[in-house]
Design a protein around this ligand. Structure first.
Ligand code: GAL
Length: 795
């Protein structure tokens, strides 16, 4: 039985010895877990503000009736060193902030009485543990930021279970076995005659239960049962099962563990990644687990939201949890929704002394023991991200990983070429593409071993930081760089896929970012609003129609006053573009220059359509020339015409005696429209002959505030719930108004609290806020009141 103890904690930013006792402390603050040691602004703050030795205290009363049972106290994560005390006695400690730890308090706790549970939490970056020791490109925050709970077990219990189902293919026949390695709390118990392990498999979708069988625990700690007919798991069909394992002693069930599991086969081979026997292209982004204002401290709903964003909004099939294991809520959602995960030990470029390395090896052990049941995990990262070679150290991390999980391969992220490859897969940060250089390097130029798997673990990022409020051409180039890398990777032999840097913008240390402690590397902003680059990814999926255009169609946004390059992002079969109701052109997927992508961005090259030809002013040949010249002028402007366009103008002058003013007139007539009727462009995305999405780009006439909550029914489960509200300024056609950067006052009614400031601003026409429950479930309604006010009503 599990009891969460996330409420009723007291917190002091500076640890006080009084916290070891029940003595009243007037300035201690009542808090709930997940908790951040400090509330932070959006940006422009120093990393020193969360570095402290703080104190948490809670009265713990364990019912008399549990006397004689095993009471395990677990902290899912404390950043970054925890000392735990019960009634003033030091009962345990844990290093590093990204894995869980448990303490058996059965012999320490006074049953039926008030016990004082205290945690001294050290979030100083001077700790001699990963990721600390040198610079780090992300903030590390502080606090008890994941759940705390008690597990109450019988004396004989299942201390650990590793479920690793086996799948074999015999032609079209799939044979599946549920295989588990089980460790009992007391090895002596396993030797008894009357002890049996029973397993039942439940299909999560249908609810159907299948008793797999019973086996004497004496048979050893590996248990295997034929699983019968099963459905395979993949990102397209993430078919999950629950395996119930019961420990039966003299006919009585004395412990039950339910493990979510799935049947799938996966392998990185030299020519790519194989899932269930078929080659599978990994398309993912890296993710940091941080949020504005509270850093790491967000409950389940926000972890799940990120998976939804990655999977459904961005259409990805994979994520790398850079640079540390993420919350189990995140991983559970990856299992459930079908997102492949590359997870890795904490660390960033720096390798410390022996003690530090010992801790890193412990981190490998903890990561694998705690996460290996997640079917979505495809690879363990067992090197410190982007560190130098250290064969002795990395032989140890690889050995531990292979011992604890012989069924998964290892990788280790590096920026080094031909570095010492002790892992199974060469995972390389390929930042080659700088706008002009190729999208990626060839596998043979990077790995020292062509026989092993190869994966790109990062690209993009610092090569082109992009703010939501950068000018349009910058935001477009950011998107195109992502498209170029994806396109290049897809065209390479032997690359299993890639992860782009990074899902969302993140707060960072002084050595990185744009001077305001933000790395603007995200395809999303910090609130998870999309920048243009996001549409490159969302266009790769087929579920939801995507139709976006890179430009607001305002010529004044571009140097020289022309339209500049314009791209369509879509997953439709074709897109029709109209100007003032007249069809200019229907673009198809073949029009994309990104030939290796199923739905790459498509360049708009016609703003004229048939208008020139139909005008009756020119012969057909002359009209061809005029149309070509006008389109070129529209993109590049007269001063920057490419040679081919200059020649066209020359031809028009020589052959058709057109003067500059004739051309200028034609421009005004067919493209310019200054002072005339406002130009409205309409785009229609077509699939199976039907219009699936329409987009209208015209002059902005009015702006309104759009506010969308990720979920509106907030539930206090074992702690508070949080809803994310994404704010955007939209014009009358629901296009984001990129340069609307105004304040929005957030007002609440009912049992709800704002996380962060009550007045926020839109940046690049986008922003957000978060609200949390205050002790009870509620339903929220988000009501924009004009442009500068958002009412959040909770009932
Ligand atoms: C990589 C690093 C990431 C991030 C990225 C920025 O070198 O692994 O953590 O800093 O650069 O592009």
């Amino acid at each position: 039985m599990r009891q969460y103890i996330c409420d009723n904690w007291q917190f002091m930013p500076e640890f006080d010895e009084k916290m070891l006792t029940a003595e009243k402390i007037s300035d201690a603050k009542e808090v709930k877990i997940p908790h951040s040691v400090v509330d932070m602004p959006y940006n422009c703050f120093d990393e020193s503000i969360y570095q402290m030795v703080s104190g948490y205290r809670r009265i713990l009363n364990v019912d008399e009736k549990y006397k004689g049972k095993v009471i395990l106290l677990t902290f899912d994560a404390v950043a970054h060193h925890a000392d735990v005390y019960l009634n003033g006695e030091h009962i345990g400690a844990h290093n590093t902030g990204y894995t869980a730890f448990s303490i058996d308090i059965s012999d320490k706790v006074r049953f039926g009485e008030d016990n004082v549970l205290t945690v001294k939490a050290d979030s100083r970056e001077s700790l001699n543990t990963p990721p600390f020791g040198f610079v780090i490109d992300y903030m590390t925050y502080g606090g008890i930021y994941r759940d705390v709970y008690l597990d109450i077990r019988q004396k004989e219990y299942i201390a650990d279970i590793y479920v690793h189902p086996e799948v074999t293919f015999d032609g079209s026949l799939i044979k599946a076995a549920a295989v588990s390695d089980i460790t009992l709390s007391d090895p002596a118990v396993a030797r008894r005659d009357d002890i049996v392990i029973r397993q039942t498999l439940t299909d999560r979708k249908t609810g159907e239960n299948r008793v797999l069988g019973e086996v004497s625990a004496k048979a050893g700690n590996s248990v295997s049962f034929d699983a019968g007919d099963i459905e395979l798991w993949s990102p397209d069909e993430p078919y999950m099962y629950d395996l119930k394992t019961e420990l039966v002693l003299s006919g009585e069930v004395c412990d039950t563990v339910i493990t979510g599991t799935a049947f799938r086969r996966m392998r990185f081979n030299k020519d790519g990644f194989y899932l269930n026997g078929k080659k599978f292209w990994i398309r993912g982004l890296d993710r940091h687990q941080c949020y504005p204002y509270v850093g790491y401290a967000m409950p389940k709903s926000m972890q799940v939201m990120d998976v939804k964003v990655l999977k459904y909004e961005l259409g990805l099939n994979a994520v790398r949890t850079s640079h540390y294991p993420n919350s189990h809520y995140f991983l559970d959602a990856c299992d459930e929704m079908g997102l492949l995960v590359f997870t890795e030990i904490p660390g960033w470029q720096h390798i410390g002394n022996d003690e530090w390395k010992e801790q890193a090896v412990t981190n490998v052990r903890e990561m694998i023991l705690q996460y290996r049941n997640h079917p979505s995990i495809i690879l363990w990262g067992v090197r410190i991200n982007e560190s130098q070679d250290d064969d002795e150290f990395y032989t140890r991390t690889n050995t531990v990983a292979h011992e604890l999980d012989p069924y998964r391969q290892t990788g280790g992220v590096r920026y080094l070429k031909k570095s010492s490859l002790l892992e199974d897969v060469y995972t390389f940060n390929d930042f080659t593409h700088d706008g002009t250089a190729p999208g990626c390097q060839h596998k043979k130029d990077v790995t020292p071993d062509m026989e092993k798997g190869y994966l790109i673990s990062e690209y993009g990022g610092h090569m082109y930081p992009t703010k939501a409020y950068d000018d349009e051409e910058h935001r477009l180039e950011h998107a195109l760089r992502h498209a170029r890398v994806l396109n290049a990777v897809a065209g390479e032999e032997g690359i299993a896929g890639s992860f782009g840097w990074v899902m969302a913008d993140y707060n960072t240390h002084r050595d990185f970012g744009s001077g305001d402690r933000i790395c603007y590397h995200g395809v999303l902003d910090m609130y998870r609003n999309p920048k243009q680059a996001a549409f490159v990814y969302s266009s790769c999926q087929d579920e939801t129609p995507v139709l976006e255009v890179s430009s607001s169609m305002d010529i004044g946004e571009h140097p020289g006053g022309n339209n500049g390059k314009i791209y369509i992002y879509t997953n439709a079969e074709s897109v029709r573009m109209y100007k003032n109701g007249k069809l200019l052109k229907e673009y198809t997927r073949n029009d994309s220059e990104f030939k290796n992508l199923k739905s790459g961005p498509i360049r708009v090259d016609d703003f004229v359509g048939n208008a020139v030809h139909e005008s009756g002013l020119y012969s057909d040949k002359q009209a061809d020339l005029v149309k070509y010249g006008l389109n070129a002028n529209n993109v590049y402007g007269m001063n920057n015409l490419p040679l081919k366009a200059k020649l066209a103008f020359l031809k028009a002058t020589v052959m058709y005696h057109m003067s500059f003013s004739d051309m200028a007139d034609a421009y005004g007539k067919f493209i310019g429209d200054w002072g005339g009727e406002a130009t409205v462009y309409k785009f229609e995305a077509i699939k199976n002959g039907k219009v699936v999405k329409t987009l209208i780009k015209g002059i902005m006439e009015s702006v309104h505030l759009s506010a969308v909550a990720d979920h509106t029914l907030l539930k206090e489960d074992h702690t508070y719930d949080v809803a994310a509200i994404r704010l955007q300024a939209h014009d009358q056609n629901e296009n984001i108004v990129s340069y609307f950067q105004e304040p929005v006052e957030i007002v609440t009614e009912g049992p709800i609290e704002i996380i962060g400031p009550e007045i926020t601003v839109l940046r690049g026409g986008m922003g957000g806020t978060y609200v949390r429950t205050t002790g009870k479930d509620c339903e929220i309604e988000v009501v924009p009141e004009g442009l500068n006010k958002l009412l959040i009503r909770a009932k």
